[in-house]
Design a protein around this ligand. Structure first.
Ligand code: MEV
Length: 322
């Protein structure tokens, strides 16, 4: 009896997978067309996935957006469902007897890489649960499926930045490079509170490209050139140079049609409050802006002004010398 009960119990096993948010400093959208971009790990906000064994023949999802069996996962989370199944296939494990709990402090659809971070944390959590080593290329292959579902034609920058501990120089079909930071740079990130649709924003540029390729190409090429100049400015620790190029990048993003009056308003507010530069970050059309500030004290002033202007939340962010 007592012995019988003990034999029926499966020992509880738990594993955790984590991934942080990302910030694109410069090059969003242009990166889809093969131009280089710079992105930072944004470690203040992150996703945590807990994987546990449970009784039964299903995989149960516990998340703020959905709670239930994997087979009934809502359409907008199908990419993640697929990512779970593919990961289990790679691990040669059955698709039952697991509970996957997802919690995240990364606001969704704000250009902060929440979809990539969730998929990364999921794959890491599942590999940890089955005590398997996860190579970076395995991680990228598995996460790419979920990202393609979320973004259509992702460049891959989100998953690279959300899985990297350091700033990255990213260009499609090239090896990711380290970005030298010659002095600390301070930023304020502000969430407009509005969900941006990266899929639609990328598609809107693609549609324009098909009608007037020269116009789009001009902005895209210039954004690539600006990314190179920002890289030089970061290495030199020159915040004025970096700021000047970030402001120019914002003009091109506006020309490409991915800024909007709400983001323009936050950009103006940040600059008026003393930021050296401000631009949208990520897919745009909602989502977040980032502002470059001289120091943390000014950052506080800019953050307060952004909240006054309607930002839902702000974060101060410093990229250290490296
Ligand atoms: C989204 O964070 C960045 C975009 O450039 C899309 C992508 O690179 O996949 C807008």
């Amino acid at each position: 009896m007592k012995v019988g009960i003990a034999m029926l119990e499966t020992p509880q096993k738990v594993a955790v997978g984590r991934a942080h948010s990302k910030l694109i400093l410069i090059g969003e959208h242009a990166v889809v067309y093969g131009q280089p971009a710079i992105a930072f790990p944004f470690k203040q906000i992150e996703v945590k996935v807990i994987v546990k064994n449970i009784e039964g023949n299903t995989i149960r999802i516990e998340s703020p957006f959905y709670q239930g069996p994997l087979e009934q996962i809502p359409e907008k989370m199908e990419g993640l469902g697929d990512c779970i199944l593919q990961t289990l296939k790679v691990l040669e494990q059955k698709t039952s007897g697991l509970e996957i709990q997802i919690s995240s402090s990364i606001p969704i659809g704000r250009g902060l890489g929440s979809s990539a971070a969730i998929a990364i944390a999921l794959v890491r959590g599942l590999f940890a649960f089955f005590n398997q080593e996860l190579s970076n290329s395995q991680l990228m292959t598995l996460v790419e499926r979920a990202e393609t579902f979320a973004h259509g034609t992702p460049s891959g920058i989100d998953m690279m930045a959300a899985s990297s501990a350091n700033p990255i120089w990213f260009q499609k079909q090239h090896v990711v490079e380290h970005v030298k930071i010659g002095a600390p740079f301070h930023f304020v990130v502000a969430d407009s509170g509005r969900v941006g649709d990266t899929y639609a924003a990328v598609k809107s540029i693609r549609d324009k490209y098909e009608i007037k390729p020269e116009k789009i190409e001009e902005s895209i090429t210039l954004l690539g050139k600006l990314a190179l100049e920002v890289r030089q400015g970061l290495a030199a620790g020159d915040s004025q140079q970096v700021g000047d190029k970030l402001n120019q990048a914002q003009q091109h993003l506006a020309l490409l049609g991915v800024s909007d009056p709400g983001l323009d308003g936050l950009v103006d507010t940040a600059r008026t409050a003393g930021a050296i530069a401000a631009k949208l970050t990520g897919g745009g059309r909602g989502g977040c802006i980032l502002a470059l500030v001289e120091n943390e004290q000014l950052g506080k002033k800019v953050a307060d002004a952004l909240i006054q202007a309607g930002a839902a939340q702000t974060w101060q962010y410093t990229i250290a010398k490296c």
